[in-house]
Design a protein around this ligand. Sequence first.
Ligand SMILES: [Zn+2]
Ligand SMILES: [Zn+2]
Length: 299
Amino acid sequence: MRQPNFILLGSVKMSTRAYSKLETGNPKPETVAMVLPADLHMHTPLCRHASGEPVDYARRAVEIGLTEIGFSDHSPMARDDFDNWRMLDRQLDEYVAKVRLAQKTFPQLNILLALEVDYLPGHEEWIRSLAARHPWDYFIGSVHYVSESWDIDNPAKLSEWKKRDAFEVWKIYFDRLTLAAESKLFDIIGHCDLPKKFGIRPTQDCTPLYEKFLDTAAKNNCAIELNTAGLRKDCQEIYPSRELLALAFQKNVPITFGSDAHMPEEVGLNFSDAIQLARDVGYTKTLRFQKRQSRIVAL
Ligand SMILES: [Zn+2]
Ligand SMILES: [Zn+2]
């Protein structure tokens, strides 16, 4: 049986307790429909490790009551042989066509066109050239690589972790993330504590790393996403952690939401947990995007 399509709230300021109660209960007719935040992070089969066409992701979004989603597949690199988990440069137009088809098929759903772009120092010109090729709604800047050859979230390279000190990896990762936020190339920073993916964590206090990154993000009006994919990994928690998100709230860093879906069933997954976490640390607002312009909306 279909779940109710909307989470209905009398007021956007309603408590999280009432929120979760209403989510499963019968909505009262006099209540005002409050839309779920947009799911701004999802992939397509062009990246070679996701399944389902954009129309299938869009169909799922409509089923669960989302009103806005954004495709943000792994962008091409300047060299197609850089790795094997992204679209090829010549597929960029095909990617845009697939998203346009989803927009045409589901006119009742607002579907945004975006990319998840890898940030590596020295790749700035390439990223600028990508930005000029299509009318993107936003760019998610993600750090997966802490060197030219080690993508820290790649299960095939898990043994690399044994050769490194976890704190050193965290330090390089957050230094790169800070550069990404400073570069003004991105609207949102993706899964901003990705090194925790496999559950390997440093024993040192990482607060100074987080603070430097978040101060830079706030200064450059760069959002961070609450990415629910972490709940499906060994770390079993949303990216970022409650601790990092609480710091982000203190520093006025805006937030967005993303499932990082690599299959249609993952669209909007665990969004109620992410909304709860955001509200718990104090957030009452989120961002929406269009043509790389953001506006603040109630959460
Ligand atoms: Zn991926
Ligand atoms: Zn990513």
